[in-house]
Design a protein around this ligand. Sequence first.
Ligand SMILES: Nc1nc2c(c(=O)[nH]1)N[C@H]1C(S)=C(S)[C@@H](COP(=O)(O)O)O[C@H]1N2
Ligand SMILES: [Mo]
Length: 246
Amino acid sequence: MDMLDPDRAVDGARRRFLQQAALGLAGIAAAPALAQDSVDLRLPGGNGERPLTGDFPGKTGMILQRNRPPLLETPMEVFDRGLYTPNDRFFVRWHWADIPTNVDVQRFHITVGGHVARPVAIPLDRLLRLPRIEYAAINQCSGNSRGLFQPRVPGAQWGHGAMGNARWVGVPLRHVLDLAGVRPGAAAVRFGGLDQPLGQNAPDFEKTLSIDHARDGEVMIAFLMNDEQLPLLNGFPCRLIVPGWY
Ligand SMILES: Nc1nc2c(c(=O)[nH]1)N[C@H]1C(S)=C(S)[C@@H](COP(=O)(O)O)O[C@H]1N2
Ligand SMILES: [Mo]
């Protein structure tokens, strides 16, 4: 992983796009001209106007909720066009501003440590050789539609577009855990990503699953989304998928 200084993120946008393209990671067609340049989410209480943006790598025609960290909402009309949400229209929700702006796929590893027999660092090419599964799953932010609340509540003022449906291909988490050999007595698996808090005393963004849930064979580390690589802003090169989990 190679982090850019977040303060240079804006002028880095074009550069990292080119880097991605050079790595063949982008697969992004030129953004079509947008029919409109803003939407009105019709939030009760007003202030529902939002620009549409194509300024983020791998994304086009997104409702701009916030620049940094990026909060991008899917316009409702996208959901009428098909069962699956196209990757370049899939919503984006990051909590910390220090997010990965490019990823060195040669150096990227999934590390498993803690209460295991042998801590492992699994490179991507090894992950891609493990048994894989595929299913469709919806990803919906728990804050979806928050902007419609009355009275207004604090947090991102989303319309209904903080959700998306995709086909995911990946490796059951169980196989990855088994490479490390979970030891008896382990209670939970804690997951971290490449994002980092900005302040020293701020907590990292991490989530846990019970060990039995993590090993159910359905929870997967996905590396394909709608048959393509994940957009950088949706977790490239891989992310955890936990169907049916709130
Ligand atoms: N590492 C990391 N994972 C994360 C988050 C985050 O900020 N950092 N946000 C979570 C939240 S609240 C949501 S709604 C989904 C959004 O996924 P997406 O941005 O790919 O649509 O990612 C989840 N996983
Ligand atoms: Mo969320």
